[in-house]
Design a protein around this ligand. Structure first.
Ligand SMILES: NC(=O)c1ccc[n+]([C@@H]2O[C@H](COP(=O)([O-])OP(=O)(O)OC[C@H]3O[C@@H](n4cnc5c(N)ncnc54)[C@H](OP(=O)(O)O)[C@@H]3O)[C@@H](O)[C@H]2O)c1
Length: 274
């Protein structure tokens, strides 16, 4: 009996080891292939929500360096104006800013439509060619869509469940983090389908790693992850979906910007470590 146990143990260990080696080989091949065939985003139209600071702002700069046309959305106009200006300086052919609140459905519709009409206007369908004094007018059939949507706008309510006096004050977590992503996706869907585009979803590791005082934040990010994992099946190959689940990244959020139990955005560096 002992011999059989030892034999089975050895067989299982070897099988696991061989499987693990193949699995590691496969994942490193996939990673290498991905880095070799990086998408060229030059000239593509990219819409980013929550781009007035932090992750959204820096994602905008990355796209700009690679030559993408950008529409940056958030509520703070002065910050957006600066972000759009920097994007053009570092390589974006066109960067436009649109003030909007992702928790409002009508704002989401408006910023998606404004993006499409702005870049439609920029890409003039008519070109004049001059051949030795002869003028030709070329008319192109320009289809302007949204190629990438980055749903990034988010807030962090930080409060113990028992300390809420009015529990409805926690609702911005779902309204902004979850519904804000859903509304933006809903209005961009037709355009993304046309372009065979991508949605990049900035979720969070708190969607599956839990900590006190972050119950509503974690719940909103878990909802985001489940929602887009489901859409991945529904969309099939039509629209690519990338779900990003970062850990801690130093931004205004980790510097202590949080949504208080009265639903007010506050800055309190002490809150980080409390
Ligand atoms: N930093 C981290 O450690 C970390 C980790 C995991 C995930 N994340 C996620 O990353 C995303 C960006 O966060 P961050 O760290 O870069 O923080 P941040 O600097 O505070 O950025 C949040 C962005 O969301 C925008 N925003 C908030 N409410 C909005 C609304 N109702 N409508 C439109 N825009 C709104 C803010 O702009 P306005 O205030 O100007 O509207 C800002 O541009 C969030 O979804 C966050 O949950 C962050």
């Amino acid at each position: 009996m002992d011999m059989i146990d030892k034999f089975m143990h050895a067989v299982l260990s070897i099988t696991f080891f061989v499987f693990f080696l193949h699995y590691r080989l496969f994942t490193s091949l996939v990673a290498t292939a991905r880095s070799l065939f990086k998408e060229n985003v030059s000239g593509k139209v990219v819409l980013i929500t929550g781009a007035s600071s932090g992750i959204g702002e820096h994602v905008a700069y990355e796209y700009a360096r690679r030559g993408a046309c950008l529409a940056v959305v958030a509520r703070r106009e002065h910050r957006l104006r600066q972000v759009a200006a920097v994007c053009e300086i570092i390589g974006s052919p066109e960067a436009v800013y649109i003030v909007g609140d992702v928790a409002k459905m009508e704002d989401c519709q408006q910023f998606v439509e404004a993006t499409v009409s702005y870049f439609g206007h920029c890409k003039q369908p008519i070109r004049r060619l001059d051949f030795g004094g002869f003028n030709f007018l070329l008319v192109f059939d320009v289809v302007v869509t949204v190629d990438h949507l980055v749903t990034n706008a988010g807030v962090t309510p930080v409060c113990m469940f028992k300390d809420y006096d009015d529990i409805t004050k926690a609702s911005p977590a779902m309204e902004i983090n979850f519904w804000g992503s859903v509304y933006s996706t809903y209005y961009a869907y037709g355009h993304l389908k046309k372009s065979k585009g991508k949605i990049i979803v900035i979720a969070s590791s708190t969607g599956w790693l839990f900590a006190p005082r972050l119950s509503f934040y974690s719940a909103s990010k878990a909802a985001v992850i489940s929602f887009y994992e489901t859409l991945r099946y529904e969309f099939g190959g039509d629209i690519g979906i990338t779900i990003v689940t970062p850990g801690l990244i130093k931004t205004e959020m980790t510097d202590g910007k949080f949504l208080s139990k009265e639903a007010r955005l506050q800055l309190d560096p002490e809150m980080r470590d409390g």
